[in-house]
Design a protein around this ligand. Sequence first.
Ligand code: HEM
Length: 351
Amino acid sequence: MALSNQHLLSLATFSLYISVSLAFFPGYTTHFMGSGFPNEAHPLTGLCPEYYQFTCPQADEIVISVLKEAISKDPRMAAPLLRLHFHDCFVQGCDASVLLDDSKYIVSEKNAVPNMNSLRGFEVIDQIKAQLEEACPNTISCADIIALAARGSTVLSGGPAWELPLGRKDSKTASLKGANANIPPPNSTIQNLITLFARQGLDQGDLAALSGSHTIGVARCVSFKQRLYNQNGDNKADQTLERSFYYSLARVCPRSGGDNNISPLDFTSPVKFDNYYYKSILVGRGLLNSDEVLLTGNEPFVVSLIKTYAEDEALFFDHFAKSMVKMGKINPLTGYNGEVRKNCRRVNGAF
Ligand code: HEM
């Protein structure tokens, strides 16, 4: 078939666009275009939004009702539930390995450095599981419960919703080592962050968008103490910390002790999912080193997104939703792999 001049021109323009985008912002073109398989089982992961359509159509309603009650009792409960999905997916994939307790055969991820005395929300997951087991026994996996709870918590905090691919199965193993190796620490440099996200198939766009989860929730003093007192091994504060912000943090987080004192990740609106997290970074008020380096790390694409999200909340919401779907597809167990645990804390048949 012969191509008209017009066709050739648009083809040339398109390939020029792709090459320029790839040259300046690797990952940009592929990043926010979506999978192209919105309503079908994804050909690679086998997940699809209608997975429980016939077996448990009321699943999401049940999740939301438990979340509403939990968040009304404790408005800070949305944040840890969103975080659980991240800490699950970055370790052997989104397989609920993070929920397994220590047992004869399991070394729990709950004792890994990023999780111990830090991850919360396990009781809420237990409540959701109990209600789902009553309504639809042996049907909804714990890995899907985490994904549904992450979306529900985002929406109930005022953030975006997304169509959520489902059908993950639960692991029969956990990896404490994997949790220590793969979950980025709060003092990460921009290069560490990019490397650890890339290991999971996530790009710089995902890093910029998903870090926006820190629009809700808190961190313990131990997670940002280094910035206040010894950022570069010279007994000095991180110079990128805005002055008055530094003083208010120092009141909560003394040089010695107080490790478990908490501070909001987004000072302006700690329980509302919005774009103030990005606005704060722009004025030197990002709480964790890993937050502030998104700007100060001088990675042009990441910096441009941080600035854009600070201006355009709708775009942040759109990208956040897409990146959450992408994160939720990390290495799931599907089909006959894995199992649907009866109790999220234990492998079936374990005693
Ligand atoms: C980019 C790399 C990231 C780093 C280095 C990081 C690190 C941390 C740290 C250190 C805390 C505070 C923990 C504590 O002090 O006990 C925290 C809290 C939190 N993180 Fe991240 N995080 C990252 C990305 C993410 C992602 C991708 C999500 C979700 C998709 C997320 C969601 C949260 C939430 C919601 C909280 C608040 C938890 C609470 O209030 O209990 N984080 N993060």
